[in-house]
Design a protein around this ligand. Structure first.
Ligand code: CA
Length: 406
């Protein structure tokens, strides 16, 4: 992540869509665009129109601006409000009304968070599934001066669920970061009630310490812990290393920087956007015990002489190279009612290029990747409403909604 690609006009869209189709064709023959089980995707037959005409992006709350927003979510049981995580250290709350003109502070951690650095700061928030009853919220942030530490902490809301109390912090888990980038940082409760945590490989470039393939470190992995049992947490008994062989918190590994990810509201599938090194951005469906290849593979290709697919490494569901962006932002499988053509399609995009794609089931167990639209935003995250509406977050401060194309 790092550079801005601004101002791609709509006139260019046709050109890059055509180029993408060429890429998909090339990928299909080389196996670079493969479905989860390693079988080849029929991307070459993609005509680019299945989802390409379905949706567009519009300003969602045009009167609101935020300070480096990186997450957007609703609280369980409350469809009337939104919460925005600002990387600079606050969480803001506002009414779900396009005309809303006011936000208020849910919690201010600016003095506790180290947000100096492109990938540091307040990075994620997860409401406990029983939030309305217990007031629990998990926050994820980086702290420290010379060296960063990733912190996963529990906080408690007031009785009216209007604010989070900064003094209520109880640290759940910390991980020292050897370098300042690739901090991952999303936290989300899964449909199984366990807390999932995404951590990057520790940073620098090329994963110099081999954290991605090392199951004795929490870096380069998706974790799954039980915050309702144990002190400060418990291990789900069916975690891959619950009985030994690696860190028991690990759910899946071989990830470089799983920045944004989600559970399909209908199926529970865990979709992860894993940010690539210099060449390939990828989307994975992450399963328990899966090894997603980093740093022996970048996407579906060997990285610096690493081994070929098939040696126990799970290939991406989809990928694109850096002709089309520089840093993938994982999204959601659309389950809303307003865009029938998009239902069941996984929507994601690129932070740098502002290009959005859809991955639609191809009927044969794989997915077909097609461009959706392109906008001049720095796509930091997506947000899913309880009713399935999908939103996009621009790190520059604004929120957008994905709506049906006219
Ligand atoms: Ca991978």
């Amino acid at each position: 992540m790092g550079h801005l690609a601004l101002g791609p006009g709509r006139a260019r869209a046709a050109a890059w869509q055509a180029a993408l189709l060429l890429l998909l064709g090339a990928c299909a023959t080389s196996g670079a665009l493969a479905q989860n089980n390693g079988a080849q995707n029929n991307g070459a037959q993609n005509d680019g129109t299945k989802t390409g005409a379905a949706a567009r992006l519009v300003p969602a709350f045009p009167n609101l601006r935020f300070s480096k927003p990186v997450a957007l979510l609703q609280a369980p049981g409350d469809p009337t409000r939104w919460y925005v995580v600002e990387q600079t250290g606050r969480v803001m709350v506002f009414d779900d009304d396009p005309a809303v003109g006011e936000t208020r502070v849910f919690i201010d951690l600016r003095k506790r968070v180290n947000a100096r650095g492109f990938e540091a700061g307040l990075l994620g928030m997860a409401f406990h599934p029983d939030y309305q009853a217990n007031g629990q919220v998990i926050l994820s942030y980086t702290r420290g001066r010379r060296n960063l530490t990733s912190v996963i902490s529990r906080f408690f809301a007031d009785d009216a669920r209007q604010v989070l109390d900064p003094a209520s912090e109880r640290v759940v888990l910390t991980v020292d970061q050897p370098f300042r980038n690739h901090n991952g940082g999303q936290v989300t409760f899964g449909p199984d009630g366990f807390l999932y945590i995404g951590f990057g490989d520790g940073g620098a470039g090329g994963d110099p310490r081999g954290n991605g393939q090392n199951t004795d470190t929490l870096l380069g992995a998706m974790l799954r812990i039980d915050v309702d049992r144990g002190d400060p947490y418990g291990i789900p008994p069916d975690n891959p290393f619950a009985a030994g062989g690696g860190r028991p918190e690990i759910y899946a590994w071989g990830l470089r920087n799983p920045w944004r990810w989600s559970f399909d509201a209908a199926t529970g599938d865990l979709w992860v956007g894993d940010v690539g090194q210099n060449r390939i951005e990828e989307i994975d469906i992450v399963v328990k015990g899966g090894n997603y290849g980093w740093n022996v593979r970048e996407g579906s290709e060997p990285f610096r002489g690493g081994r070929r697919p098939g040696a126990g490494l799970i290939a991406p569901v989809a990928e694109y190279n850096h002709d089309f962006g520089c840093s993938v932002t994982g999204g959601y499988v659309y389950r809303g009612a307003e865009i029938p053509a998009l239902v069941g399609t996984y929507v994601f995009g690129d932070f740098c290029s502002g290009r959005f794609w859809g991955l639609a089931p191809d009927g044969g167990g794989g997915h077909t990747m097609a461009p959706l639209f392109e906008e001049s935003i720095n796509l930091s995250s997506f947000g899913e409403a309880h009713d399935g509406r999908l939103f996009a977050v621009d790190l520059k401060g604004a929120l957008f909604q994905i709506v049906a194309a006219e």
